[in-house]
Design a protein around this ligand. Structure first.
Ligand SMILES: NC(=O)c1ccc[n+]([C@@H]2O[C@H](COP(=O)([O-])OP(=O)(O)OC[C@H]3O[C@@H](n4cnc5c(N)ncnc54)[C@H](O)[C@@H]3O)[C@@H](O)[C@H]2O)c1
Length: 260
């Protein structure tokens, strides 16, 4: 645990809402925040994975729901406030890859679904929680973009476009709320050792085809290895913390120098 001079965690007593909390990267983030004293409100549509994360974070509130539903997000915000008081911070991590394929071959329904979860979901979360955050006179939000939100992707075209949108939503929110001392940043993870990366390798096929995709992705990383969920969590905690007090509107790569 990183401690403050009085021996408490950096996030002691702070209420942090997390979407996509059943996922690998949000779970690693939640565990670290809990260890540093945060009170966590966790949201995911997958109730089993949500419960698994909550089991690692004593005292956490769990709220099942869909990030694309304004009603579900409002219910999450209300439940958070009822349990702990207004949120100080928000982490919007829910996201999906969608299907692989060139942009013009993407099914319309899939394109809409990827944008609804990755972009609208992040916007709905910000819309629901920033009014709570502003009651504290300061706060922080971290959205989840991707290196695929900076570079184009020949295969994950809807995903890449949606993450580019998240990076710019981050900047607009940062401008909207800078004068209120609410900082808004995003992380851009590269290929992280996680089920989502595994499923992106699986899109190449099975056996040798899958292995070749994994090896190709690995070869693109200057540091020569995939990242760890905990390494993304460390970046998120930095952006949420007072150590980043003058940092807002940033899309921080956590990618082993992939974007360098
Ligand atoms: N894993 C990686 O390598 C990687 C790389 C770059 C960016 N990212 C981004 O990081 C974030 C977290 O990724 P992860 O690896 O933890 O993925 P994950 O699939 O493990 O977790 C995503 C979570 O979001 C939840 N979710 C999806 N749609 C939802 C919806 N409509 N409503 C509520 N919850 C929903 C899922 O149930 C899941 O628990 C995502 O936004 C992803 O795009 C991941």
């Amino acid at each position: 645990m990183v401690s403050t001079p009085d021996g408490t965690g950096r996030f002691a007593g702070q209420v942090v809402a997390i979407t996509g909390a059943g996922g690998a990267l949000a779970r690693a983030t939640a565990v670290r925040l809990a260890a540093e004293g945060a009170k966590l409100a966790l949201f995911d549509r997958d109730t089993e994975k949500l419960a698994e994360t909550a089991a690692l974070c004593p005292g956490a509130l769990t709220v099942p729901g869909d990030v694309t539903s304004a009603a579900d997000m409002a219910a999450f915000a209300e439940a958070t406030q009822a349990a702990f008081g207004p949120a100080h911070k928000l982490v919007a991590a829910a996201g999906i890859l969608g299907k692989a394929g060139p942009a013009i071959e993407m099914e319309e329904e899939m394109w809409d679904r990827v944008f609804a979860i990755n972009v609208k979901g992040a916007w709905l979360a910000a819309r629901a929680f920033i009014p709570q955050i502003r009651t504290h006179g300061a706060g922080a939000v971290v959205l989840f973009s991707s290196t695929a939100g900076v570079m184009g992707s020949p295969t994950l075209s809807a995903y890449s476009a949606s993450k580019g949108a998240v990076s710019l939503l981050t900047r607009s929110l940062a401008l909207n709320h800078a004068a209120e001392n609410i900082r808004v940043n995003c992380v851009c993870p590269g290929t992280i050792d996680s089920p989502m990366s595994d499923s992106s390798f699986d899109m190449a096929g099975t056996g040798a085809a899958r292995d070749a995709r994994e090896a190709m992705m690995l070869a693109k990383i200057p540091m020569g290895r995939f990242g760890l969920p905990a390494e993304v969590a460390d970046a998120v905690l930095y952006l949420l913390s007072d150590s980043a007090a003058y940092t807002s509107g940033v899309a921080l790569p956590v990618d082993g120098a992939r974007l360098a």
